[in-house]
Design a binder for this molecule. Structure first.
Ligand code: CO
Length: 212
């Protein structure tokens, strides 16, 4: 049996069970998705959003990349964000990091990874911005703290986008949350929650009436 056959078999079993429990399950999902949440998480296989949050298909719109970064020039992230905020009108965005993140650890190390270096550089920038605080900690605590600070910085990066600022002005949403997942006990915790309309650093604030 091929390694991938197991996945296809499990999928059949899952779909059959779903139909048995709820005959309309797939019928309801075919016509539309109205998720209330956008999840921006790490690609790490140990942080599967549906399983750890107990959510069903249709409940969470998802974007994942290495170390859950929000980069202003990332067309993939921006497209997901725009669709989630402007079309799906999600009410909550969750940026979720996790302790033991390989991306964060790699960014703190000296090894060169080729093209991945460019991606890791944005985490190095987070480190640089918070160097004093991180370097004051014992060695073993530094990666965890950088992981938390990284989540906070990515929440800030979301607020700097015109997509979020426009939605806050237009429809008083969405909330933006920063969460951390622990691989050791499977528990999510909230680091911060930013309500719509929160203060924005003036240099990053857009004036949407400017052209009118
Ligand atoms: Co990770």
């Amino acid at each position: 049996m091929k390694e991938t056959d197991k996945l296809l078999l499990s999928n059949k079993a899952w779909a059959n069970e779903r139909r048995l429990v709820d005959p309309n399950f797939f019928g309801r999902l075919v016509n539309q998705q109205r998720p209330h949440f956008l999840w921006i998480g790490c690609s790490d296989s140990r942080v599967p959003v549906s399983q750890i949050t107990g959510t069903d298909p249709g409940e969470v719109f998802v974007h994942r990349n290495i170390a859950n970064l929000v980069i202003a020039s990332d067309l993939n992230l921006l497209s997901v964000l725009q669709y989630a905020v402007e079309v799906l009108e999600v009410t909550h965005i969750i940026v979720c990091g996790h302790y033991g993140c390989g991306g964060v650890q790699a960014a703190m190390a000296k090894r060169s990874y080729g093209p991945l270096n460019r991606w890791l550089r944005d985490i190095k920038e987070v480190y640089r911005r918070h160097r004093d605080e991180i370097d004051a900690l014992p060695l073993e605590a530094r990666a965890d703290r950088l992981t938390e600070l990284n989540v906070r910085d990515q929440v800030d990066n979301l607020i700097k986008t015109s997509i979020i600022q426009h939605a806050w002005k237009d429809r008083k949403g969405p909330w933006i949350h920063g969460w951390i997942y622990s691989l050791t006990d499977g528990i999510l915790k909230e680091l911060l929650a930013v309500p719509p309309g929160s203060p924005i650093d003036p240099i990053f604030a857009f004036d949407f009436d400017f052209d009118e």
